[in-house]
Design a protein around this ligand. Structure first.
Ligand SMILES: NC(=O)c1ccc[n+]([C@@H]2O[C@H](COP(=O)([O-])OP(=O)(O)OC[C@H]3O[C@@H](n4cnc5c(N)ncnc54)[C@H](OP(=O)(O)O)[C@@H]3O)[C@@H](O)[C@H]2O)c1
Length: 308
């Protein structure tokens, strides 16, 4: 339901943001379904990513002023006209992004960048396999990897999804429902891929891992397929493969400042023209349809709920 609630009032160290747009992410679907790793107590307002303007600042806040354009992430509460956030939980909207783009940018681009660069150590000319390449995190990973000079083999469930990944710079594609993923990786890369970015999990994960070269890297980002893969460890041993996981939410809270350098590079890429691929915008009343589209695997790129 969409319902009027009293205006929020900031507490010490917090600000109130008038939300202009909220990104829709796969975890929102899991949270609403009660299937997320960290449950959110009911009742709650869905939505975990937003962009808007600071409308009130609490005692002790020096970082932000009324009117500042900010973006933020939280487990819930973003599909609303206002959110309250700790002052250190917000980032400035990069110059050049409008509010709809900013709402679609924060989570997926930060996640994809961290996976590719900080965890995956991607280098120019390397072959990167991106699974779920037309989804939110996947499309951001294709975009960033291409802009950093890597070569991208996009994996997706249909040709039309691969065409979308190609518009973001994917050099090659594999429709993994029709084609043998490991064989196709070998065919495209020769020795095998250098790096796999996997937001999907399921049976494709092991096939992609088997497509890595000796010494290759695999970054586990999520399980949009609903299936957490179990990888035989001998695959890692024999080829000196590194598998790493990452969780962008806990990195930001456990290692404050760790992502400042990443933010600077992302802002530079935005200044050079990088934009998230927003394929549809919904009003607040239609936000269940946006969630449904993601749950039913019908979404491409990013969906956004616009408040104003
Ligand atoms: N580790 C982190 O810090 C972090 C941060 C953000 C998100 N995530 C996770 O990353 C994953 C992707 O998130 P997202 O926002 O990019 O999601 P999304 O936009 O819905 O994209 C997910 C992609 O997964 C593929 N997929 C395969 N089986 C699916 C199924 N049964 N249902 C839905 N999609 C399916 C789809 O591509 P095809 O149809 O082409 O296969 C889809 O494009 C989620 O598991 C999310 O929780 C992790």
């Amino acid at each position: 339901v969409v319902r009027e609630l009293p205006d929020l009032v900031p507490g010490p160290g917090t600000v109130v943001v008038d939300v202009e747009a909220a990104g829709v992410n796969y975890p929102d679907v899991l949270i609403v379904a009660g299937r997320y790793q960290l449950p959110v107590p009911v009742p709650f307002t869905p939505g975990s990513e937003y962009a808007g303007r600071v409308s009130a600042v609490g005692a002790g806040v020096t970082r932000w002023s009324v009117g500042d354009a900010v973006m933020g992430a939280s487990r819930s509460g973003a599909f609303a006209e206002q959110v309250e956030a700790a002052d250190d939980a917000l980032s400035p909207v990069p110059v050049g992004l409008d509010m709809v783009s900013a709402a679609a940018f924060h989570v997926t681009y930060a996640t994809a960048f961290h996976a590719l660069v900080t965890v995956g150590a991607v280098a120019p000319d390397e072959w990167v396999v991106v699974l779920g390449a037309s989804g939110g995190v996947g499309s951001a990973a294709v975009d960033i990897a291409h802009r950093l000079g890597a070569r991208v083999l996009a994996g997706a469930s249909s040709q039309s999804r691969l065409e979308l990944a190609a518009t973001l710079g994917a050099d090659e594609g594999v429709s993994y429902l029709d084609d043998d993923l490991k064989r196709r990786i070998r065919q495209v890369t020769g020795d095998g891929a250098d790096l796999v970015i996997d937001p999907v999990g399921g049976p494709h994960a092991e096939q992609a891992l088997r497509g890595l070269r000796w010494g290759g890297r695999f970054v586990s980002v999520g399980f949009a397929s609903g299936e957490i893969p179990r990888i035989p460890l001998n695959l890692l041993l024999l080829k000196n493969v590194t598998v790493r996981g990452m969780d962008i939410g806990s990195i930001s809270t456990r290692v404050p400042g760790a992502r400042d350098d990443e933010q600077a590079v992302l802002s530079r890429l935005v200044a050079e023209g990088m934009r998230p691929l927003v394929t549809d915008v919904f009003d607040l009343e239609s936000s269940p349809e946006a969630l449904r589209r993601i749950a039913d695997r019908r979404a491409r790129g990013k969906l956004v709920v616009q408040m104003v």
